[in-house]
Design a protein around this ligand. Structure first.
Ligand code: SF4
Length: 247
């Protein structure tokens, strides 16, 4: 957990699961993998087991103890819908989110098919909660864009896309019923390039569809120098919570 996350679009992170396995192109330089493996074998460290997936039961109820409302990124160091996380445990995580309704939860996955099928089934009680936002990662046309359709077919009331790391021009994207779009480039050693025209295309599509647009970063090997301005300004838009509540 981190109460003051450095991730630009959230306030805090909550990791009731740790670890994951790489599945698609967007995972190649996974920050969580690099971080976790650095501490493999360090006795007593939260990542003593590196990036091996495990449930963290003593973190399960953590958001219930946070009095001040905040935006909480769920599993910044894992993927809640990884096949090794049992349905029962995912339901427990969702029950905590449902109870801690002073916060906004941001759940992001690359396992969009499993998320969509659970949101239509045993997670239906959480799918319609306006303070739980369900999102998919989109890095390219081959792996990322199909996840959008799974998300659309879920029961989620609030749906978002994290288009990061953006690896190619996605062209025209069907943004029907999407409530929020985050775009960003890859950062760190070996970061793959991001072209301005790819970002502008997505920004223009969001503006045309009146979807809040958040530009997270250009990325690269010197992320702070590259910054996060696009055409001379920052884009820090979020879904309008009051508008969601009045639906
Ligand atoms: S799904 Fe996410 S957490 Fe898992 S390996 Fe890929 S980038 Fe890392």
């Amino acid at each position: 957990m981190s109460l003051n996350s450095k991730i630009e679009w959230t306030d805090a992170t909550w990791n009731p699961v740790r670890g994951c396995t790489k599945i698609t192109a967007g995972c190649k330089n996974c920050y969580a993998y690099t971080f976790a493996e650095r501490f493999r074998g360090v006795p007593g460290h939260p990542y003593e087991q590196g990036f091996d997936i495990r449930l963290v039961l003593d973190k399960l109820e953590e958001p219930l103890k946070w009095r001040k409302p905040k935006k909480v990124f769920v599993n910044s160091m894992s993927d809640l819908f990884h096949p090794d996380v049992p349905d029962d445990y995912i339901i427990k995580v969702a029950e905590v989110m449902a109870r801690a309704d002073r916060h906004i939860f941001q759940v992001l996955t690359k396992r969009a098919d499993r998320m969509a099928s659970l949101l239509r089934g045993s997670l239906e009680f959480a799918a319609k909660k306006q303070h739980i936002w369900w999102g998919v990662s989109v890095e390219n046309k081959k792996h990322g864009v199909p996840r959008i359709e799974f998300l659309r077919q879920s029961n989620a009331e609030v749906k978002f896309l994290s288009i990061e790391p953006l690896l190619e021009n996605l062209g025209e994207v069907d943004l029907t019923s999407i409530d929020w779009v985050i775009v960003g480039g890859e950062s760190g050693p070996g970061a793959r390039p991001l072209k301005k025209e790819w970002v502008l295309s997505l920004r223009d599509q969001c503006e045309g569809a009146r979807i809040p647009f958040f530009f997270k970063q250009w990325g690269g090997t010197r992320k702070s120098k590259a910054g996060r301005e696009l055409d001379g300004r920052t884009y820090d838009e979020y879904p309008e919570v009051n508008a969601i509540r009045s639906r």
